[in-house]
Design a protein around this ligand. Structure first.
Ligand SMILES: Cc1cc2nc3c(=O)[nH]c(=O)nc-3n(C[C@H](O)[C@H](O)[C@H](O)COP(=O)(O)OP(=O)(O)OC[C@H]3O[C@@H](n4cnc5c(N)ncnc54)[C@H](O)[C@@H]3O)c2cc1C
Length: 300
């Protein structure tokens, strides 16, 4: 492990461990230290004066988390995988919706540095990998002090049901290999790379005759419209080219959008339901279009 202690700065140490075990040991020894991977979120916060970490534990030298391997029909993705790596064709053949999300995550310099673990660590509502992971029902493998390992659903981490404890690191993300169409679509407020206004990840699970859909950016964490998923899965002719009535596609879009952006509650029981504000109505339309298109593309 390499240590740099810049003299002219406020007390700040940068540790560069070579393994997850070393990184976890460093975090356990210095509870005030913060892990940093690509730094695209963390260093932006430091530069903006929002964060003054006492020490940093850099994860960039840990080779074991920069690739992926296979285990029991799943891919174990290293937390250090960059968006650029996940966007490449070999990865896209394995997990198409995560690859598409990675390709949409910011401009090239951000995709070259930003990582999967950092996207989860920041847990921004606009994190593009997050709806893809939610639709895939991925789990996060967390490494802790003294060799401890625990695994939690990514939705628990993003929804605040579980938190990273002191000294813990995201080591891997376990994703089922479904070998079926997957789609990720994102709407932004500008042309060119931009943060999502809304995004939809949709995966087909033919073995279970299931459709799984997650909507990103419209709430603090990705949302799963479970009733809409079950409803539309029952309308797909799974034995006959996965056909569906075009009207059902449109209705699915609406169903997803209303589930994620519901009507406001009336002021009191029996009172009229207030109208949705125009911006929310526009967002609902956007989500409806994304969900309809995502399902349409997955089924063609
Ligand atoms: C100009 C710009 C545009 C962007 N556009 C997009 C976009 O379109 N879509 C998008 O999704 N994101 C975007 N981002 C955000 C950012 O690039 C991503 O969230 C990226 O995935 C963060 O990864 P990182 O490795 O740089 O994380 P870092 O900045 O290194 O870390 C982020 C957080 O995660 C923690 N962390 C990192 N790795 C681990 C780990 N293994 N275990 C535990 N905690 C960890 C850190 O402590 C920190 O709190 C953009 C950022 C910038 C600056």
């Amino acid at each position: 492990m390499t240590t740099h202690a810049p003299a002219a700065q406020p007390p700040q140490t940068v540790l560069l461990p070579d393994s997850i075990d070393e990184a976890v040991a460093a975090l356990a020894a210095m509870p005030a230290a913060v892990p940093v991977a690509g730094g695209t979120d963390l260093m932006a916060a430091v530069n903006a004066g929002e964060l003054r970490p006492f020490a940093l534990v850099g994860l960039g030298r840990i080779n074991e988390i920069r690739g992926w391997h296979y285990q029991d029909g799943h891919a174990l993705l290293g937390a250090g995988l960059t968006h650029a790596r996940m966007g490449r064709p070999d990865f896209a053949a394995l997990i198409p919706c995560l690859a598409a999300a990675a390709r949409a995550a910011g401009p090239p310099q951000i995709r070259n540095a930003g990582t999967l673990g950092g996207n989860i660590g920041t847990a921004a509502r606009t994190g593009d990998a997050l709806p893809a992971l939610a639709a895939l029902e991925a789990t996060v493998v967390i490494a802790g002090p003294e060799g401890a390992v625990r695994e939690v659903p990514v939705s628990h981490l993003l929804g605040g049901v579980e938190r990273l404890r002191s000294g813990e690191l995201i080591g891997f993300v376990r994703v089922p290999l479904l070998h079926a169409p997957q789609v990720f679509l994102k709407a932004t407020g500008r042309t060119g790379p931009g943060r999502a206004i809304a995004s939809v990840a949709l995966v087909l699970d033919p073995a279970r005759r299931g459709v799984r859909c997650a909507v990103g950016a419209v709430g603090p964490a990705p949302m799963r419209p479970l009733e809409a998923e079950d409803w539309v899965a029952s309308l797909i002719d799974w034995d006959n080219g996965r056909r569906i009535d075009p009207e059902a596609l449109r209705a699915f879009g609406e169903y997803v959008a209303v589930a994620c952006i519901p009507d406001p509650a009336p002021a009191q029981e029996g009172a009229e339901v207030p109208a949705l504000p125009p911006t929310a109505l526009q967002l609902r339309r956007t989500v409806a279009v994304l969900a309809r298109r995502a399902l349409g593309r997955a089924l063609t």
